[in-house]
Design a protein around this ligand. Structure first.
Ligand code: NAG
Ligand code: NAG
Length: 339
């Protein structure tokens, strides 16, 4: 377990629980606030800086959801192709997304203004056709507008059959290029501000690995371990990840009840942000100043008793007062030819 001296006070207000924490290692106060829910398995938060909205997916519900952080209203659209692992806006097209749904990489048209039971879909590519039990999982777009994302193997009771999945890059020709194979549960990814290092998580390895990154060709090389959860006695599985402008990584801990802040150069744990739920799935910085940490969580598979104990399981949270800034997320470049 983590060995910080940390004191947290959980206040239950009429509308929300606010958690005030003081951490002995990093001076300062931050607040953990549940802002919307409950969702089944919220994942893949993407702060859309253009519209100041938070997009995320609800995987098994096959939904892309949009949260307005001012009104706290949520709108959703259903994607018929299968479980939605990731959705990212397309550059210069406010009502267009690329998404990984089932094994399809699709273009989705949705203006986010209302709830729709079905959005117009165009399939751009299909992956893992010889692994029908797989599905798309987490992904992001690089500084050149190319999509990087991977699949997850068949799941049985939250255990994934190993080495069935692949991590891909998809550019404007929509041809999936294999980047890492095999992987088991392709998850969090991040590029640093300098755009010379790429960080990646294959969840069951319990590690965050770093690669040298060449941004023009989009190549990764020189794989090494940046942080090892097991060596640091950390409970839970590394899931979604983001990075701040100082180069520190923020990693959601599935079944670990929080988010860790890690220095990948010293391989040290800097902070544990405790949440009042166990299944923490992913993180993204957002807000007008890019200083708010949005955190998605899951209520998947929890019994009624467990849900009573964790009334905010499956909520989206915001963490305020961390005193760091994130990088604006990239959007997918379609190129000249739009199908
Ligand atoms: C969409 O659905 C959500 C959840 O039912 C609801 O809160 C919201 O008001 C709906 N939005 C619109 C524009 O009808
Ligand atoms: C992890 O736990 C082991 C056994 O209790 C201990 O020897 C080791 O120092 C711990 N490592 C860290 C980084 O806390």
């Amino acid at each position: 377990m983590l060995r910080f001296q940390q004191s947290c006070v959980f206040f239950t207000l009429i509308l929300a629980t606010v958690v005030h924490c003081e951490n002995s290692k990093e001076k300062g106060k931050y607040e953990v606030i549940p802002i919307a829910g409950r969702f089944t398995h919220a994942e893949g938060p993407h702060w859309d800086h253009r519209s100041q909205k938070l997009y995320f997916v609800d995987i098994a519900e096959q939904k892309i959801r949009k949260l307005d952080p001012v009104t706290l209203r949520v709108e959703s659209t259903f994607i018929a192709n299968g479980p939605v692992g990731v959705a990212i806006p397309i550059a210069d097209a406010p009502d267009q997304f690329v998404a990984g749904a089932g094994l399809d990489f699709v273009q989705v048209s949705w203006n986010g203004e209302r709830n729709t039971t079905r959005s117009p879909i165009h399939v751009l590519a299909t992956v893992d056709q010889n692994h029908q039990g797989n599905r798309w999982n987490d992904g992001k777009v690089d500084s050149a507008g190319r999509f990087w994302g991977g699949t997850i193997g068949p799941e049985e009771n939250e255990v994934v059959i190993p080495n069935q999945a692949t991590f891909y890059r998809i550019g404007k020709d929509f041809v999936p290029e294999v980047k890492l194979r095999p992987v088991t549960n392709s998850n969090g990814l991040a590029w640093n501000l300098q755009d010379d290092t790429f960080y990646y998580i294959d969840t069951p390895t319990l590690q965050i690995v770093a690669f040298d990154y060449e941004p023009i060709s989009g190549t990764i090389s020189n794989r090494r371990i940046a942080f090892d959860l097991k060596m640091n006695n950390i409970t839970g599985y590394p899931d979604g990840m983001t990075i701040d402008t100082d180069g520190n990584l923020w990693i959601a801990l599935y079944n670990g009840g929080g988010v860790i802040k890690v220095n990948p150069h010293t391989k040290s744990l800097l902070l544990f942000v405790e949440l009042p739920v166990k299944k923490v799935t992913s993180v993204a910085f957002g807000g007008p100043l890019m200083d708010l940490l949005y955190v998605t969580t899951s209520s998947r598979g929890l019994t009624k008793e467990e849900l009573n104990k964790e009334p905010y399981a499956g909520y989206v949270f915001v963490v305020k007062g961390l005193n760091v800034h994130g990088l604006i997320a990239n959007t997918f470049e379609m190129g000249a030819v739009k199908p």
